[in-house]
Design a protein around this ligand. Structure first.
Ligand code: ADP
Ligand code: ZN
Length: 761
């Protein structure tokens, strides 16, 4: 369902400041007046945490005090739902007479959602054409946080082996290890049902533990261990601290080469926020990066910040949410989901690795956390720092037009030099047949090993091989639910779809012709590169780093510790290792296939390759030893490769920006995708065509399609896409809202809009 709220959408890239909040006191006044005027029933307008519902009115029972932002429980039919009171004039609802109003059931004893956050939620729903209830849900992701109870019972392994140790029980205990959580959480970790865990509790192998979940958080100390900044660092830090002190909306781009000390610099801004008793939110693109961040933060400020990510247990989530909402959590570091939490006194937002595409959320509410962070900064009237060694073209453009202020750190800290980058021409000097590492990279690796230094091989592909086929009959393993090949994972001996998660054991024979041992793996994934490394350097210790191996902050911490102690010689990894890490003894980076990201006509393909390779190159030579980077490519002359080798980022970006300008692509024009999906192809096609026929004719706007979406089938649903391309001046959201608002389709067909799409899936 689409958000029905009308109202102008303020575009991050179009306006320096959003429209100011529309309400101040008069809403509260209206509420009070209603309550004390006995001639009227006092009512509250409530947004329920349900994407399918609009605002609804309820009666405020006597003795209950409700102001906008109050978190309440309201009846809906036989159900009870959590909701938030809203200013009535900002959330139009159908009129219901006083005598038909149902009373609110409960008001939680938690701080009301702050006004700037309510404005942000409205803006997000408007701009991204999302149901406001779905956006609101991101501010209240933990229902247990709303309750008052202070102790919960969690469970953990007791160390006792149960008398009857079935395979399932053994598996569960092994996977759970030293972890602790609710029955349900342990069941998920162990990959078993709740019943199995309960059985283990009865058998004494798992024991209950009482956990006090609202322990206070330590307060970071801004004066704990401040660094001595170099002059360009000091200048950047001064600009940021001044902005924090002044408060007021101030978007910054902290643009510094890898290893230049961006983190140290924005830490000074955090120190200033701490001194002025304001909260700071730091957004990181991956939860795997949280761990190294926590360590550095603790070294600088004397204690950990509050972490927020999908890996938290319910009790941790609850404790964090309550501390955030009360203002006790002074510094919060999190993934993009931390952006909508109810900070009552936010003073600073930092988006680290701001160019990273994982800030774009694709599922549920499709939003870009970098852009929403800037909007939150404008509603909160505070500085926002976008830190990156490779700012996105959209971000650079905002600097060019004078909206964002750029702070530059041109050199690496402490005289460390940027690594020397060379392209290795795979056409002239290919890898041996069936192998992926060409002679030059192998030789460099050998020299590196000799010198007892570490190296990193980067390939952005999980698993062993992206495609498996039968050499006899040509059968290819395709996902039954998606337009995608099944990816072989050798460690788990499975074929898996990376889009829907469908998996099967790798069969011994071809399912089509039945021939045994006829299956061959085509192309490399990181596991295959690791095999090649093992064959080439049997004595070297290697590690694979992907979301399959580093799926929690704890695993990331383990990896960091092994790297630091020199326990690993060679890392083979996906984009997960390109960011954030600082390993002084890592001196060689090999990019196994720089052409991979360039295939497939994506608007941002060259830019993304540039960012990824720069980031991964940035891991080399961060300490005293110089680093070097070898880029394997079939197209050494391609603009992006030439720019990486010459280090001339400016002319690369100038050319890319010019190409976007000529094509009217973002940031010079707008894109929005309308995705129609259904399990029934004919139904999806019919709806997509109907939407296409109803497309309004507007100047400076073109509607392409419907055409099969590049991933024509996903999770068993057929998908068609219409792409709206328009000039910046066209109010695309309003047009799409009106256009789709007039149409009807079957409930089994889903229509979603992706404003500013990044993936063209
Ligand atoms: P970036 O975030 O730009 O990649 P970092 O902040 O990670 O850079 O800095 C790179 C390394 O240099 C880190 O180990 C950091 O602690 C160190 N460093 C940077 N600036 C200073 C400084 N002024 N004093 C001491 N160490 C610094
Ligand atoms: Zn699939």
């Amino acid at each position: 369902m689409l958000g029905g709220r009308a109202g102008p959408a303020v575009l991050v890239a179009a306006a320096a400041a959003p429209r100011g909040p529309r309400v101040g006191h008069h809403a509260t006044v209206a509420f009070r007046a209603a309550r004390f005027d006995l001639a009227f029933v006092s009512r509250a307008r409530v947004l329920l945490l349900n994407a399918a519902l609009g605002p609804l009115d309820y009666r405020i029972p006597e003795g209950m005090t409700i102001a906008p932002g109050a978190v309440v429980v309201a009846p809906l039919g036989p159900r009870q739902l959590v909701g938030v009171a809203w200013e009535p004039e900002r959330a139009p609802a159908t009129a219901v007479s006083d005598n038909r109003l149902r009373p609110l059931l409960h008001a939680y004893d938690v701080p009301p959602l702050p006004t700037p956050l309510r404005r942000l939620i409205e803006w997000t729903a408007d701009y991204y054409l999302a149901p406001i209830g779905a956006v609101l849900r991101m501010a209240l992701p933990s229902s247990s946080a709303l309750e008052g109870a202070r102790v919960v019972t969690e469970y953990r392994a007791s160390g006792n082996v149960p008398a009857r140790l079935t395979a399932q029980r053994a598996q569960a205990l092994e996977r759970i290890g030293a972890r602790q959580g609710l029955i349900r959480e342990l069941a998920a970790i162990g990959g078993v049902s709740d019943g199995v865990i309960r059985g283990l509790v009865k058998a004494g192998a798992i024991e209950p533990v009482e956990v006090a979940i609202d322990d206070p958080w330590p307060t970071p100390d801004p004066g704990h261990a401040p660094p001595t900044l170099e002059s360009s660092q000091a200048a950047a830090a001064a600009a940021l601290t001044e902005a924090v002190r002044a408060s007021g909306f101030a978007p910054f781009v902290l643009d510094g080469v890898t290893g230049s000390g961006k983190t140290e610099v924005y830490f000074e801004a955090i120190a200033e926020a701490l001194r002025s008793d304001r909260q700071t939110l730091v957004l990181l693109p991956e939860i795997a990066l949280t761990e190294p961040f926590l360590k550095r933060f603790a070294a600088r400020f004397g204690c950990d910040p509050v972490a927020w990510h999908s890996g938290l247990r319910q009790s941790q989530r609850r404790r964090a949410w309550r501390a955030i909402a009360s203002g006790e959590a002074r510094v919060v570091v999190g993934a993009r989901s931390a952006l909508f939490l109810p900070y009552p006194k936010l003073g600073l937002i930092v988006v680290d690795e701001a160019h990273d595409q994982s800030f774009k959320q694709e599922e549920g509410v499709a939003y870009h956390a970098r852009d929403v962070a800037v909007m939150r900064g404008s509603f909160e009237k505070i500085p926002v720092v976008l830190a990156s060694a490779t700012p996105a073209i959209e971000t650079r453009h905002m600097v060019d037009i004078g909206v964002y202020r750029e702070l530059r750190l041109p050199d690496r800290y402490g005289g460390a030099r940027l690594p020397a980058i060379r392209a290795q021409n795979l056409v002239a000097d290919p890898a041996p047949r069936g192998r992926w590492l060409a002679p030059e990279l192998v030789a460099a690796r050998a020299a590196n090993l000799e010198a007892q230094e570490q190296s990193l091989l980067f390939l952005n592909r999980r698993g062993y091989a992206p495609l498996t086929l039968c050499r006899h009959c040509g059968y290819r393993f395709q996902c039954p639910n998606c337009t995608a090949w099944m990816v072989e994972h050798r460690f788990t001996r499975r074929l898996a779809c990376h889009h829907c998660g469908h998996a099967m054991p790798t069969p011994g024979a071809c399912p089509e012709c039945g021939l045994e041992e006829s299956l061959v793996a085509c192309g490399p994934g990181v596991e295959r590169i690791a095999d090649e490394v093992a064959a080439l350097f049997p004595d070297a210790r290697s590690a694979i780093v992907t979301s399959d191996t580093i799926w929690s902050p704890a695993r990331a911490a383990e990896f960091v510790a092994r790297m630091e102690s020199g326990d690993i010689d060679i890392v083979v990894g996906t984009q997960l290792v390109t960011k954030g890490y600082h390993f002084p003894n890592l001196t060689l980076v090999g990019v196994v296939d720089a052409d991979l990201g360039l295939a497939g006509g994506d608007l941002r393909a060259a830019e993304r390759t540039f960012q990824q390779v720069s980031q991964v190159s940035g891991r080399a030579g961060r300490g005293e030893k110089p680093g070097r980077v070898l880029i394997q490519t079939h197209e050494p002359e391609a603009r992006v490769i030439a720019a990486l080798v010459s280090g001339d980022a400016e002319s690369f970006h100038a050319a890319e920006t010019e190409a976007r300008r000529e094509a009217g692509m973002p940031p010079f024009g707008r894109l929005a995708a309308i995705i129609v999906s259904s399990e029934n192809l004919a139904e999806a096609t019919e709806t997509a065509r109907m939407i296409g026929r109803a497309a309004p004719a507007r100047e400076n706007m073109t509607v392409f399609g419907p055409a099969p979406a590049p991933l024509a089938m996903l999770r068993g649903r057929h998908r068609l896409r219409l792409l709206v391309h328009a000039a910046r001046t066209v109010p695309v959201q309003d047009i799409i809202r009106n256009w789709l608002g007039d149409l009807k389709w079957k409930a089994s067909t889903r229509v979603t809009v992706d404003v500013d799409p990044y993936s063209f899936l």
